[in-house]
Structures are given as C-alpha cells and as structure tokens.
Write a protein that binds this ligand. Sequence first.
Ligand code: GLC
Ligand code: CA
Length: 558
Amino acid sequence: MSNHPPAQKSWWKEVVVYQVYLRSFLDSNGDGIGDIPGLISKLDYLKDLGIDVIWISPMYKSPQDDNGYDISDYQDVHSQFGSMRDFDQLLIEIHARGMKLIIDLVINHTSDEHAWFVESRQSKESPKRDWYIWRDPKDNREPNNWESIFGGSAWRFDEHTKQYFMHVFSARQPDLNWENLDMREAVYKMIHWWMDKGIDGFRLDAISHMRKEPGLGDMPNPDKLPYVSSFDKHMNVPGILDYVYDLCDKTFNKRDVFTVGEANGVSSADVGQWVGDGRLNMVIQFEYLSLWSSDPQNRIDLAKLKDVFTRWQAALEHQGWNALFVENHDITRVVSKWGDTEKFWRESATAIAAMYFLMQGAPFIYQGQEIGMTNTVFNGFEDFDDVSAKNYFKKRRTENASDAVIIKELAPISRDNARTPMQWSTASQAGFTTGKPWLKVNPNYLQINVEAQDEDPDSVLNFYRRLTRLRRENPVFVYGHFELQLREHAQVLAYTRDNSTSRALVISNLTGRSASCDIGEALMSGANLVLGNMKSLEQTKAETKLELAPYETRVYLR
Ligand code: GLC
Ligand code: CA
C-alpha cells in the first residue's frame, strides 16, 4: 500500500514509555512522599497497561530544591525515595516483567551541595574551580543581565571568594562547565557506573543548555529590565553538538541503551543533527509547548498543531525517532489544556490520546494521563510547591499584585498541576498515602481514579490499554509511513499510517461540536473500525462521509 521505504527497525522504536514522577506516584510508608517501594508495588499495573519502558524522575540524593533535579550525589538514592537496595530491586522487578528502566540524567547542573561544587567553591585555586562557571562582578553587580529560567538573575554572588557562579535554573543548581574536560570525564565515569548496573537508558535533562554563548555577553535590553530572558545565549548555542557527540561517543554508543534528550530550542530543521546513528535516539521537542502557551482562552490551535506534528513526523522518519507526548511533569494536564474537563471529559481525554499515540514514534504516557487527570485547584501561596512558581509569586508580590491575581495567573500554567498525587482510588488521599501528602491531592479524585476505571470498559484507562495493544499487534502503527489527511479541516485531525500490507486511518474531532468530513473512497474501502471512543458506534461500517460527535475519535485498519 505504501511506496515509502520502511523505517529501519530497532527495539527502542517499538516501545511505549511511561513516566513516573516518583514523589507523586505511590507512598509506601506514610511519610507523604512517593517512593521506590511504592512504584515496585504498581509494576503489574504498568505491565497490564502495556508499558515497555519506565522512565523515573530523579531518585538521586538531593536537597530537593527542584524536586530532585538538583543532585548532590549521582551515585546514591535520596533517602525519602528509598535506598540503593530498593533501586536494585526495582531494576530486577522491572526486568523480571520484561520491561526496561531509564533514569533521568541531569548533567547541565548539579546541586550546590554536590561535592564537586563544594570543592569548587572553596577557592579560586581549587582544582575544581573551572568545573563550574565563575566570574568576577561587573560594575559591582552580576557579570551579565541574563535571567534565570526560574526567575531572577542567572548569577549568584558567593561571599567567600567574591565571585558569581552561573545558574540557568534555580540558584541552588549551579551550571557545570562543559568546556572542562576533567569535569566531562567524571560525568562519563558516572554514566558508565549506571550502565554497568544494567539500566536500559537515560532521559537527558536540559541537554540543549549545556553550552553557553562564548563571552557571556549581555542580552539587548531596550526596556531596561533588571534581567533579560536569555534563552538565546544558553540554549542550542552553536557548538553544542560537539558536546553531545562527545558524550554519545564516550558513553551511550558503547552500549545498546536508549536515549531521549530534553531539547528545548531544537527545531524540526536541526533535529536531524541531534538524533540518528551514533547520536541520541530521540528528543523531547518544545514546539508543542509553544502551542500550550499561545492562547490561554483558545483550547487548541488545530492548524498549528497539524503543522508542528507533521513537520516532526517528516523530519524523523528515516533518522532517529519521535518522542510522542502530550504531558510531562513540567506542563499542565492535557485535558485541561486541549480538551474539556466537564461535559466531554472522557471523550476529549480519549480523542487526544488516539490523536498523538498512533503517530510515528515512541508514545510517552505521563502518570495519571491514562486516567484523564486534570489540573488542580489552588487557593493560596501555600498550595504551590514548585520553585519557579514560588519565585514568580514573590516577584509579583513585590510588584504589588494581590495573591488572588497571582493565583489567577499561575493556576493555568503552574507545573504543580501535573505533580499532584496519582489518584488510585476513593480512599483517603486518593489511596496515594496514609499520611499527609507533600502536595495536595486534586479534589476530583472521588470521580477520577484508577479503581473506578479499572473494570469499566468505556473508561479512559481501558482506552489506553486498547491503544497499547493495538500498537503492539499492528506494526503499521510503529513503522508505517505517516501522512496528514484533511489538512484544511478546522475541527478534525486525521492521518494515515501505511506499510506494504496495511493502512491505518486515525480521525479525531478535537472540538466540542459535531463535525462532518468526507474521507474519500480511496482511503476508506475495505477498512474496518478497530477502535473508537463512542459506545454506540463501535459496530459502524466504514463510510466515506462521516458525522463525528464532539471529541469523537475513530481508528480504521485494513
Ligand atoms: C528540566 C526538567 C525540569 C527541571 C529542569 C532543571 O526541564 O524537566 O523539571 O526543573 O530541567 O533541571
Ligand atoms: Ca514514602
């Protein structure tokens, strides 16, 4: 059916990945914080969902200033999450179920409590001074006007040696200096240590920030701001690929591990240089995220969405692979953003699911997405945990904004929306903990939880189970060529997947209004409906003119 040469086969192209945000997944000992033993107790649940690879957020030793993305010891486990023995047990249990484990690798920065930084800070002559980015003050203030991604200056003054160090993220996350070869060697050694342990791969945190523009010059500042957003100076800066290739050559390329880089600022035009043979396997791209923030009133910008997805599908078909995702721990819940949390909650959660999941690439499911979890409710400053939210709060307070206004601004965008505890059941605290959870449970857990959906054939959860099965049983969903259909349709996102023997057609109405479309004889003849999210239509024969209910999705196969 397709004249396109098939994509090359690899085990990591066939997987479905599940992201576990450990501290919010399941608490086994009542301290209110999710942990490794909690995850172990739910591995059968993940296996049953059809998961192949589990990615866990950082479980390393850490002061938890940025929930573990501030690592103070790369070779130890944070005691709140368990011990290294628990970790080893997790790996054994995951492998015993035929699944794989990847861990978050945070090497753009460390914690300020990491031994390397402690030593670096000691004196200007410290052998590790140059492992971080230190500069003298300029005119009695910061060396430049760069703003941290989490707010405020990207520099912090250190009294002890009277110099500033750079932190692109929080002030407790000093950036490593990737120009320093000794530092790199130490990081590579650490990576080998984990590979020797038998882990199956890495999600590379903030990898596109490792290089800073040489000279560290000021950002243009026509508005005379105290600090200026400085992504251009430290994100996908020319020369970064030398670091990435060196890293791959000296570590991952020596083994058969899976790598996915978090690559803010890498476009569909650049990505071919980041992924492929001997490079990263895939990247987490940020172009979707610009769709997140484009217009808070308008739920979805379908034309842009089609454009972004199609470009990335084409760019990666024969080089590397797509990481398909609609949620993670840094963005809000997709049903709240692109769907409808009220009248069409189930329909929109499932339509969005089919829409992204059956494209070419490895689908990622973020914990709770598979039950249609939504954004939460914030009543005051104390309901926020995220360091970037707190920084924002403080800054807006100094500008005399009222708390009510600040909450209104933060609620639809806060990362805490995705970090509320996993909703397992109607038990107290959604069955997440017997104690007091570190972040408030979303009050809708009585309606939205795993227990309620487990046996319900029409639930969001069972829809995801059917999706993973469909993909596993039909290679066309893995390797088939992607082509967008009905490009101009204002409500429907449709595409085909083709290989030499089959064709799949995925059609989703992404609006709360019914939609008509004409698919055309050529695409429809001989096709059978294999998945849908409307009970009554399950038996429908393929027709060329379709009337789709609000947020209806259908998948045909022949
Ligand atoms: C990545 C992580 C995010 C973290 C940041 C700094 O963007 O996904 O959670 O805050 O890096 O490590
Ligand atoms: Ca715990």
